[in-house]
Design a protein around this ligand. Structure first.
Ligand SMILES: C[S@@+](CC[C@H](N)C(=O)[O-])C[C@H]1O[C@@H](n2cnc3c(N)ncnc32)[C@H](O)[C@@H]1O
Length: 257
């Protein structure tokens, strides 16, 4: 896979500690190892350091590793893979492919990712403007993040696969029941992506006891952190070890024949 210059769209080549194109546009690699190709002064700067740290602490306990294993079954060692919205690279670093790019807008996420994982090229960029050549990825993955549909269709090879991981209906239901008066199941309707067709859907589910000390970190990873009232958030402190459903849908999309 080649990465492209965000200024003139020509190929970028590694030259010592920077990437350069034929027009001599040059981009230095940060000391942690990621490459900043984001020229836009976008308001969206991705997840903040507190969110990143909470997710890192929680994921490193292994609660979601069964989902990572399931995704790895869909990958081959020789695949070129792009992880769109890779965060701090918890999944990216363990995906079995040799040629990997992770993209995210969170600097704090990419600092952690690129320090820990030298086998992946981490790019600070919006997933809606991927600096990657057309039809070059065998696999594209998005886990719990926005779907950059047009870019996915553009960079996916004709025989490539897009793998989307999202919450299924029962995901975190017991956590919601512990804090909300009227807990609800998630919506898990089919996702339609222009230019791709659903090849298969793999639902996976596991119930696990989440330790009291991990509950707050789990909550910080969810969208509920922005929508829950202060009174309901207070209830988190009283939750003891809690058995929680982790339910994911893994959708595999391909290009139509
Ligand atoms: C819920 S997190 C998921 C991270 C990772 N895939 C995981 O499951 O651990 C969503 C991620 O999307 C990133 N993000 C949100 N909007 C983005 C955008 N437009 N471009 C790049 N990254 C974005 C955030 O910084 C954050 O790391």
């Amino acid at each position: 896979m080649y990465i492209l210059c965000p200024v003139c769209k020509n190929k970028l080549y590694l030259n010592e500690r920077s990437y350069k194109c034929i027009n001599r546009h040059s981009f230095d690699i940060a000391k942690e190892g990621y490459l900043n190709l984001n020229l836009k002064n976008s308001k969206n700067t991705g997840d903040n350091p507190d969110m990143i740290k909470a997710r890192k602490r929680f994921l490193e306990k292994g609660y979601y590793s069964f989902m990572k294993d399931e995704v790895n079954k869909l990958l081959n060692e020789n695949d070129s893979l792009v992880d769109l919205a890779c965060g701090e690279g918890y999944y990216t670093k363990d995906f079995i492919c040799k040629d990997k790019i992770g993209i995210d807008l969170s600097k704090s996420g990419l600092k952690i990712a690129s320090k820990a994982d030298k086998s992946t090229l981490y790019l600070l960029n919006s997933i809606f403007h991927d600096p990657i050549e057309d039809k070059s990825a065998d696999k594209i993955i998005t886990i719990f993040a926005p779907i950059a549909d047009k870019e996915i269709v553009r960079i996916l090879k004709d025989d490539g696969r897009f793998i989307l991981v999202r919450p299924d209906r029962k995901h975190l239901f017991e956590l919601k029941a512990a804090i909300y008066e009227n807990p609800y199941l998630n919506e898990a309707n089919g996702i339609v992506i222009d230019g791709l067709v659903l090849e298969k859907q793999i639902p996976i589910e596991k119930k696990m006891v989440v330790k009291k000390k991990d509950i707050q970190d789990l909550f910080m990873m969810t969208p509920y952190v922005n929508t829950t009232s202060p009174a309901d958030k207070e209830k988190l402190k009283d939750i003891d070890d809690l058995k929680i459903s982790f339910a994911f849908l893994i959708d595999v999309f391909k290009k139509p024949n």
